[in-house]
Design a binder for this molecule. Structure first.
Ligand code: NAI
Length: 480
């Protein structure tokens, strides 16, 4: 704690470097800067205490400072143990007007290379505001961990007991249960109070959105949620074009192998898989795809990629990337069948796409090459190179998506926060998407920033196709 701000970051003296990169990023984030201008006087987030769990990068720093510029108070943690950029975290704590000795920014609890225990400690700090009578009243989430902690914590408190860890639970879930059990012993109302105070959550990614719909279906969602991921200007841009940039960045920084000519297997051909395949094909790789969904499989074929099964493709693949958001995609048997020194990485949200726990128990030996790059050698004598311990490699081995694409995603986040904070009466405890007109607003700002010239509908044309001259231009069922 310094100058009244509590925080835990790797090194506060990195703030100056972080601030320089934040200034460059602001120029590349026209959506966020336009929202700052639009709402400077109105201060729509006045009174909001936002607890945010999202990769603590330079781009996220611009998001955080936009929320603050709109009147919010904010506390932050990263949503992955490897994704924090330490200079960004330091700069956010120091703030634009502060110094290392006198920070004036935002409390951040995040550093690159946390343990799981430290990760959940950070999550707890991010959700614990200094005044217990003024708890968090908004959540901004990526992957759903903050929401999970609050909702599960409140459920356990209301049931009067935290259940013991069952054998099926993952190591990660056991850490959460440990945390809740300790807390339950000292304060058995903490999460209930937070859950009651929260007006809503805005969720960034496919995997977190899946969790939200599951909570809602079970009747366990106790506040409204906005699914930011399924704004068109989010999933059809960040998941695809962001990945098209940052997947190769991660592979290059992690391994620097030549991608051209290599056989690469992409598991999953959704928005992320499409971006992965396109970028690797652009490098001259021979790309193969696995899919369970015939529609996505057909898209892959039409885009020129073979659709295969993992069992069939794994023995000859040079690089294997998972992008499904599902679990057990690459099993221990698959890893043992891979070519010597083949590269294995995941770009989906959680590390259970690859059976990392089974690899660790398998007797294979681990040689750390550098942070987030490990060579695992099997008793067969063959080895594989695993990136970021199976966690999302574009943020673990590189710096994630670039600013311009994140400006689209984060503009949706800010608009969604304003929606839930200012119009709570309009939302039930369900999962909503932003109206299309706001999606189009985000796109328009970025079209203009890129110098694109939009054609304006005439009144007659608008009537002919049945839309308003000012939009929205497509029906809800349109798929882009
Ligand atoms: P999506 O739902 O569009 O695509 C996933 C695809 O995987 C689907 O087409 C599905 O049919 C397929 N799939 C599911 N199980 C499979 C299996 N067993 N074998 C083969 N294919 C299978 O989801 P999206 O948006 O592409 O996201 C994928 C993951 O990436 C999610 O976990 C999401 O949260 C994460 N994500 C990561 C980002 C990053 O920067 N690393 C950015 C955006 C999303």
């Amino acid at each position: 704690r310094r100058n009244g701000i509590d925080y835990k970051v790797a090194d506060l003296s990195l703030a100056e470097f972080g601030r320089k990169e934040i200034r460059l990023a602001e120029h590349e984030m026209p959506g966020l800067m336009a929202l700052r201008r639009e709402y400077a006087d109105v201060q729509p987030l006045q009174g909001a205490r936002i607890s945010g769990s999202l990769h603590m990068t330079i781009q996220t720093a611009v998001l955080i400072e936009t929320l603050v510029a709109l009147g919010a108070e904010v506390r932050w943690a990263s949503c992955n143990i490897f994704s924090t950029q330490d200079h960004a975290a330091a700069a956010v704590v120091v703030g634009p007007a502060g110094t290392v000795d006198e920070p004036r920014g935002t409390p951040v609890f995040a550093w690159k290379g946390e343990t799981l225990e430290q990760y959940w400690w950070c999550a707890e700090q991010m959700l614990t505001w200094p005044d217990p009578d003024a708890p968090a009243n908004m959540i901004l989430d990526d992957g759903g961990d903050a929401t999970l902690l609050v909702l599960r914590g409140a459920q356990f408190e209301q049931a009067g007991v935290v259940p013991p860890a069952s054998e099926d639970n993952s190591a990660e879930y056991n850490v959460i249960l440990d945390l809740l059990r300790r807390q339950f012993a000292t304060d058995a109302t903490k999460w209930t109070k937070i859950a009651a105070a929260v007006r809503g959550v805005t969720e960034e990614t496919t995997t977190g959105v899946l969790r939200l719909y599951q909570f809602a279906a079970a009747g366990d969602l106790t506040f409204p949620a906005i699914n930011v991921n399924d704004s068109v200007t989010k999933s059809k841009f960040d998941n695809k074009y962001g990945t098209r940039h940052s997947l190769v960045d991660g592979i290059n920084r992690g391994t620097d192998v030549l991608i051209g000519g290599k056989k690469i297997l992409i598991c999953g051909y959704g928005d992320v898989g499409k971006g992965c395949a396109e970028s690797l094909a652009g490098q001259g790789a021979r790309v193969q795809v696995t899919e369970i969904d015939p529609i996505n499989a057909l898209q892959a074929l039409m885009d020129g990629f073979d659709v295969v099964t993992t069992d069939e493709a794994i023995p000859t693949a040079d690089i294997v990337i998972t992008s499904t958001g599902n679990k057990d995609i690459i099993t221990l048997e698959h890893m043992r069948a891979m070519k010597d020194q083949a590269i294995l990485g995941n770009i989906g949200h959680f590390d259970d796409e690859i059976q990392m726990a089974a690899l660790e128990r398998s007797g294979a030996t681990r040689l750390n090459i550098k942070p987030q790059v490990d060579q695992w050698t099997f008793d067969t004598g063959r080895s594989i190179i695993v990136l970021s311990e199976g966690r999302l490699l574009n943020l673990g081995n590189a710096t994630g998506h670039p600013s311009f694409v994140m400006s689209n995603s984060f503009s949706n986040q800010v608009i969604a926060q304003i929606e839930l904070w200012t119009k709570p009466e309009q939302y039930d405890n369900e999962v909503y998407r932003l109206p299309k007109i706001l999606d189009e607003k985000v796109a328009r700002i970025h079209v203009e920033a890129l110098g694109g010239q939009l054609t304006k509908l005439t009144k007659e044309q608008a009537e002919y196709i049945g839309v308003d001259v000012e939009g929205p231009y497509k029906p809800e069922h349109y798929r882009y």
